[in-house]
Design a protein around this ligand. Structure first.
Ligand SMILES: O=c1[nH]c(=O)c2nn[nH]c2[nH]1
Length: 295
């Protein structure tokens, strides 16, 4: 046998950091879950029980907390790059570090019409995600994204004109519910080093803000002919809004809501234009995926 793939580290490192503004008394919080996976000259730890090459996963966890104390943890693209860069610079036998970050939502409460200085709530399980790979001599590649943004529109979606044959049962519709859980990602140009990442830091929050706003606005405003066409429009706009982004990808489940025919009960009309009561479907679901790049 031979080792054909090896990557190890600490997953599910939960990390919270608070910033306290002494002057205003306003506090801000960030909560994230971090995964670190290292690659390098580590084969002998697998093949020969040679632990001398192992930077223990606990060490990786401790390092993550120390770096969080010593550095900004936002934007997550910056922190992921700092963590990844640390490992390839500190250990000469480690040649690549993969750092994934999930940022959880703590939205500041508005109390008595004013932003509360130190109280927050979890407005949805939507997360902001980052995957960074720091590779020795090859720079830092970063994929940013949105995950778990659950949306629904009660009309403004159609699906007709699709291929029909003896296997097709789906009726055409000019007015349907559309619901999906957005998983979107955008790939940045490869950064030469940590310094270059630091030189564009504001672009990361700007891109996430734009991607989120474009996703919601397009979902709401587009008179959708299909999930495919609507998601393409989202990608196209995000590429236009973020010049440093080279590719945008979406993976959207089509979370179906089925009409319920109640006509057997005294002729009760509840289909087509009379449909009001629907059966939300957990599965199966459509799944539509795309990647859009610049011409
Ligand atoms: O938007 C849609 N795209 C599809 O490919 C599809 N297939 N069934 N319903 C669908 N809706």
């Amino acid at each position: 046998s031979q080792l054909s793939y090896a990557r190890y580290g600490k997953d599910n490192i939960r990390l919270y950091k608070v910033h306290k503004d002494a002057k205003s008394g306003i506090q801000s919080v960030v909560e994230m879950t971090v995964r670190i996976l290292l690659e390098g000259d580590i084969e002998t730890s697998y093949t020969e029980a040679d632990n001398s090459v192992v930077v223990a996963t606990d060490t990786q966890k401790q390092t993550c907390y120390i770096l969080a104390k010593q550095n900004p943890v936002t934007p997550p693209e910056l922190f992921a790059s700092i963590v990844g860069n640390h490992f390839i610079e500190t250990y000469k036998h480690i040649h690549a570090a993969h750092v994934n970050i999930i940022v959880h939502r703590w939205t500041r409460m508005t109390i008595d019409g004013k932003p509360h200085p130190h109280s927050f709530f979890r407005d949805g399980e939507e997360t902001r995600v980052v995957e960074a790979v720091a590779r020795e001599g090859k720079g830092i590649s970063i994929r940013s994204g949105i995950k778990g943004l659950l949306v629904l529109k009660s009309t403004g979606s159609a699906f007709y004109g699709f291929h029909r044959d003896e296997y097709t049962a789906l009726p055409e519709t000019w007015d349907r519910i559309l619901s999906t859980e957005v998983e979107s990602g955008w790939h940045w140009k490869t950064f030469a080093n940590l310094q270059e990442v630091k030189s564009v830091v504001p672009k990361f929050d700007e891109a996430w803000q734009s991607a989120r706003e474009i996703t919601l606005a397009t979902f709401a405003k587009d008179n959708s002919a299909s999930v495919q066409n609507t998601m393409y429009k989202m990608c196209d706009q995000i590429l236009a809004a973020a010049p440093l982004v080279e590719a945008v990808e979406y993976s959207l489940p089509n979370k179906h809501y089925f009409e319920i025919d109640l006509s057997w009960h005294k002729g009760l009309k509840n289909t087509g234009k009379d449909a009001e009561v629907y059966a939300p479907q957990s599965n199966p679901n459509g799944l539509i995926q795309c990647t859009v790049t610049r011409k």
